[in-house]
Write a protein that binds this ligand. Structure first.
Ligand code: NAD
Length: 505
């Protein structure tokens, strides 16, 4: 065991002590609360499957208490001056930075994500709060739309208490990505974190309260999707649901929210293509391809899980990807050298490993991986499925693990057809030395985001989101406020137009 791993393990243990042997409670109306039912569930680390702690299993009654607290708090938070919201959100960002090591080590233990990525994710979480803090004072701003005899202007107001439902792959960062703009807009929040990774959501609630966020503005209810999550989507006081997770869950949430006419924002699954043409800078493309499938354990919505390679460079690029994949360091997530850690949960491992069987039955070549790694139950080897054709299940379905499916293509038209030939439409990556082709591809791909000659590089003012089964709506910059706020138009007459009159006989 390396010295640095040992050091991180002992630091992590210090931070985890408070959770061990205790029940992680909800955070409702400014206080920690057990479930009214007293039900709990076990939370285990993917590192070795051992129990970390027990967690309150919320149900409709706990969600109701949280939603009512959020509704009460909305009365004042919506009218809190933007400058004051800005100050509080910056204090939250300061606290996230100050506790960055703790957040990263706890998250890494809870999710199996390598510490190198979780350390970066904690920084990004603080940046999310800072970015939206600065935007808070202008959130209500609108447009001036003058007409000949009227002045029209728009203004925005927060939609109300909102529900935020997050997944387990980068739980803290994704929670901040949703919660920071909601708070900046003046909404109050009930957060339902994923049941497989509940710990850092509790840290976030604690940090926000300590930074001075008023009571009831952020509430956290732990529990399962089918109970706590469902109740949140059905609650009448909750005006909108921001959800990140699987496409199938998005469909359920839309149906559950229909009777109360919920506004929904969905960031869902992906089967993203990285298209590499033979005129690309192959060294840079290789780095990006390998990074975008094996970072974050491949449990990444924007992972480049389909590699579309022009046939003339196919064999060379596949050989180089395989050589790199062989050297990806699989190991303990708290080891700073580790590049690929254990997957989140035994049932997710079963899903990923199931695709190794699918690949066999579809006669796909597996030049590397395709099996579990012998480090523990949740570890799998970095895997490449080569020589696949576009219609196969391994080329169509989201695997959400460190598994890359390679598909050859002959020309631009075929690359577009294959790239668009899936139900998803989240991200696309294009590698080419031809500027015209880069723009043609960007225009042709049916995805919410295209990166040209780049890995997934985030710019917070830019829109983030997907088309087709990958999502509804966009986050980032002002787009986030479009979701968390209502736009109101005010039309004022200048007193010169003719008012139509009826009933004059
Ligand atoms: P999931 O859909 O199983 O669960 C996500 C959350 O929804 C959890 O908190 C869960 O408890 C809750 N949930 C489940 N059923 C529910 C229901 N009926 N009503 C309300 N809530 C319910 O997703 P997951 O397995 O946790 O996460 C992996 C998925 O998330 C992948 O498909 C991945 O692509 C997607 N994802 C997308 C993005 C993006 O930005 N597009 C980002 C990260 C992850």
């Amino acid at each position: 065991m390396s010295e640095r791993l040992r050091e991180n393990e002992s630091k992590a243990e210090r931070y985890l002590q408070r959770f061990r042997g205790a029940t992680l409670e909800h955070f409702i109306d400014g206080e920690r609360r057990r479930s009214l039912s007293r039900q709990t569930f076990e939370n285990r680390t993917p590192i070795d499957g051992s129990v970390l702690n027990s967690v309150a299993a919320g149900d409709a009654r706990d969600v109701d208490a949280a939603a009512q607290a959020a509704a009460r708090a909305f009365g004042t938070w919506k009218d809190t001056d933007g400058a004051e919201r800005k100050r509080i959100l910056h204090r939250i960002a300061d606290a996230i930075e100050a506790r960055g090591e703790e957040i990263a080590l706890v998250e890494s233990t809870d999710t199996g994500q390598p510490i190198r990525f979780m350390a970066a994710a904690a920084k990004r979480s603080a940046a999310n709060f800072r970015f939206f803090a600065d935007k808070a004072p202008e959130a209500a701003n609108g447009l001036s739309l003058p007409a000949r005899e009227h002045v029209n202007y728009t203004q925005r107001q927060p939609i109300g208490p909102v529900g935020v439902i997050t997944p387990w792959n980068t739980p803290f960062m994704l929670a901040t990505w949703k919660i920071a703009p909601a708070l900046a807009a003046g909404c109050t929040v009930v957060h339902k974190p994923a049941e497989w990774s509940p710990l850092t959501a509790a840290l976030l609630a604690e940090i926000c309260a300590e930074a001075g966020l008023p009571t009831g503005v952020l509430n956290t209810v732990h529990g399962f999707g089918e109970t706590a999550g469902k109740a949140l989507t059905e609650h009448d006081a909750i005006k909108a649901i921001a959800f990140v997770g699987e496409s199938a869950t998005g469909s359920l949430i839309m149906a559950q929210g229909a009777p109360t006419l919920k506004r929904v924002h969905f960031e869902l699954g992906g089967k993203n293509a990285v298209v590499v043409f033979d005129d690309a800078d192959l060294d840079r493309a290789l780095d990006a391809v390998v990074f975008m499938i094996y970072s974050l354990n491949g449990e990444r919505c924007t992972s480049s899980s389909r590699l579309l390679v022009q046939r003339s460079i196919h064999d060379e690029l596949v050989e180089r990807v395989v050589a790199r994949a062989k050297r990806v360091r699989v190991g303990h997530p708290l080891d700073p050298d580790t590049e690929l850690g254990p997957l989140i949960h035994p049932s997710h491992v079963d899903k990923v490993v199931g695709y190794f069987e699918v690949a066999k039955s579809e006669n796909v070549r597996v030049p590397i991986g395709g099996r579990r790694a012998d480090l523990g139950a949740n570890y799998v080897e970095p895997t490449v499925f080569a020589g696949a054709s576009a219609a196969l299940r391994v080329a169509q379905e989201e695997i959400f693990g460190p598994v890359l499916t390679v598909i050859p293509f002959d020309d631009e038209a075929q690359a577009i057809e294959i790239a668009n030939g899936v139900r998803y439409g989240l991200a696309g990556y294009v590698w080419t030395g031809d500027a015209g082709r880069a723009h043609r591809m960007a225009r042709a791909l049916d995805v919410g985001m295209v990166w040209v000659n780049s890995e997934n590089n985030r710019h917070l003012p830019s829109p983030f989101g997907g088309m087709k089964a990958s999502g509804i709506g966009r986050d980032g910059g002002d787009y986030s406020f479009d979701f968390y706020m209502e736009t109101k138009n005010v039309c004022v007459a200048l007193g010169t137009h003719r008012v139509p009159s009826l009933g004059r006989g």
